[in-house]
Design a protein around this ligand. Structure first.
Ligand code: THU
Length: 131
């Protein structure tokens, strides 16, 4: 699967984001090493702190289906599905990624439809804590 295809799936995932409080809709598409895709959206909560980010939704869906090996994730986010800025994953999501992924895991961000930026997990979470 190409990076662009993964971004399209992340955008589709954002369409079902549950974000009535912030209006900030996020979608993620997580690719396993053997080519399967798990999508995720952010899921907000009236009590705020139970809110789950799109990236973690995708990871938790995949891990709960037995997946352990991942190669890339595409993430898009913006107010009401308007993805005009890059949406880099929050620190908590980076830490969850580091539990299951190597430093060369790829994080694909997109804005304004065509623009892509690709980082490795090592770049976004240097000196990470792990066992
Ligand atoms: N959010 C994500 O889904 N992923 C991130 O990496 C950052 C933030 C969500 C959480 C919340 O529902 C909304 O964006 C605004 O913070």
């Amino acid at each position: 699967m190409t990076d662009k295809e993964l971004v399209i799936l992340a955008k589709k995932a954002a369409e079902v984001a549950y974000a009535p409080y912030s209006g900030f809709t996020v979608g993620a598409a997580l690719l396993t090493k053997d080519g399967k895709m798990y999508s995720g959206c952010n899921i907000e909560n009236a009590a705020y702190s139970p809110t789950n980010c799109a990236e973690r939704t995708a990871f938790f869906k995949a891990v709960s289906e037995g997946e352990r090996e991942f190669s890339a994730i595409a993430v898009v986010g913006g107010k009401n599905l308007d993805f005009k800025e890059f949406c880099p994953p929050c620190g908590v999501c980076r830490q969850v990624m580091s539990e299951f992924c190597d430093g060369d895991f790829r994080i694909i961000l997109s804005r304004n439809d065509e623009e892509l930026k690709v980082y490795t997990l090592k770049e976004l979470l240097p000196l990470s804590f792990g066992l």
